[in-house]
Ligand binder design. Structure first.
Ligand code: AN7
Length: 354
């Protein structure tokens, strides 16, 4: 299976000669989540998880990066640059390597999960950590992007949003040519909620679906600029992927909310962690903390009676749990002890009778 541009070619404004840089991204599973549905206590609810952690670099960013990097290459760029809370940089570094472009990455010091950093390092990007946060890194990138031969591949690049629309196309295809009734998604820089909404609208306009979902986006409470209606100077959350205080696609997120009759709300770190643990221990799905904000948001919205009975819900799980082993170990509830290789002793410890 080829990547998202080839699969949804008619939705991209490209000709037959357009050179595509791809790692066969997309085509991620839509996994039904009965334990989550049951925990909501909403009768007849069907919940599906779009597990974007199974993309080539482990996050949804690959859908937009294939198109942004293809366009950069086609337009003769020599360098790509991005600010990142981690996943964008991992994806940029991979597609940059694939396209043989120099990849420049500006990161908030000490706030990028280990897996993401390790990816950028091995893919071979040039990495600068700033003594500041993501929003400041993006401000720097907006200026460095003016340098000769440099293409910005943050989601302020419209090609990123174009590529990420394919997530919505896949959800509808996987539901058998239908849109969900509600779409739950984490919100950081707000590019993805913008892209999904544009994707649903494009599919609707093309006659592929007959209805549109209500868009429910969730920021982390300590970084909830859209919910609070102002920039957050010092955003905080353990979900470092969405530790963003001035979302670049703020207006796109509000348009998605208002046009769809949805909601932008926030969830606390405790709610995020509870959903993160529930996903792993009750559904067998390992996502990163920021991704669990969509499920935390679903639980919150259901408790507020905002979700109708018998509806179909999708939650996007934006990134793979392996991205952030530190939080997995911190919040995992397994017991681990060291013993000699003695079956009897181990059996006794595990409560088994030999
Ligand atoms: C796992 O990598 O902004 O609202 O620089 O990595 O489209 O920003 C990551 C964002 C959700 C939020 N879940 O998506 C970056 C970056 C995960 C993420 C988001 C991100 P947007």
């Amino acid at each position: 299976m080829s990547g998202v541009i080839e699969r949804y070619r008619s939705f991209f404004d490209i000709n037959a000669q357009f050179p595509i840089v791809t790692l066969n991204e997309g085509n991620t599973p839509l996994i039904q989540a009965p334990a989550i549905a049951s925990k909501t206590n909403v009768p007849g609810l069907q919940v599906f998880l779009k597990f974007e952690g199974l993309n080539p670099t482990g996050s949804f960013k690959d859908r937009g990066m294939t198109y942004a990097v293809s366009q950069a290459k086609a337009q003769g760029a020599t360098h790509i640059i991005c600010a990142s809370t981690g996943n964008t940089s991992a994806s940029a570094a991979a597609y940059g390597a694939r396209a043989q472009l120099k990849t420049l990455i500006i990161l908030p010091e000490g706030k990028v999960a280990l897996g993401k950093l390790s990816q950028a390092i091995l893919y071979g990007a040039d990495i600068v950590e700033i003594t500041g946060n993501f929003d400041q890194a993006l401000d720097v990138v907006r200026i460095l992007g003016k340098a000769q031969g440099v293409a910005i591949v943050n989601s302020i690049n419209p090609f990123r949003i174009e590529g990420q629309k394919t997530g919505a196309f896949e959800v509808c295809d996987q539901l058998g040519g239908k849109a969900p009734d509600y779409h739950f998604i984490p919100v950081g820089n707000a590019g993805n909620i913008t892209a999904y909404w544009l994707g649903y609208k494009a599919y609707h306009a093309a006659g592929r679906i007959q209805s549109l979902p209500k868009m429910f986006g969730y920021e982390a409470e300590g970084s909830a600029a859209i919910v609070k209606g102002h920039k957050i100077e010092n955003p905080e959350t353990l979900a470092t992927a969405i530790r963003i205080g001035n979302p670049a696609s703020w207006q796109g997120a509000e348009a998605a909310r208002d046009e769809s009759g949805g909601k932008i709300d926030c969830v606390t770190d405790d709610e995020i962690v509870a959903a993160y643990q529930f996903l792993a221990s009750k559904e067998g799905i390992f996502c990163e903390p920021a991704s669990a904000a969509s499920v935390a948001g679903l639980f919150k919205a259901c408790s507020q009676n905002l979700v109708a009975q018998n509806s179909v819900v999708t939650c996007v799980l934006t990134g793979n749990g392996l991205k952030d082993p530190d939080n997995a170990i911190r919040f995992g509830k397994s017991e681990k002890i060291t013993l000699p290789p003695d079956p009897q002793q181990i059996a006794t410890h595990l409560g088994l009778t030999l």
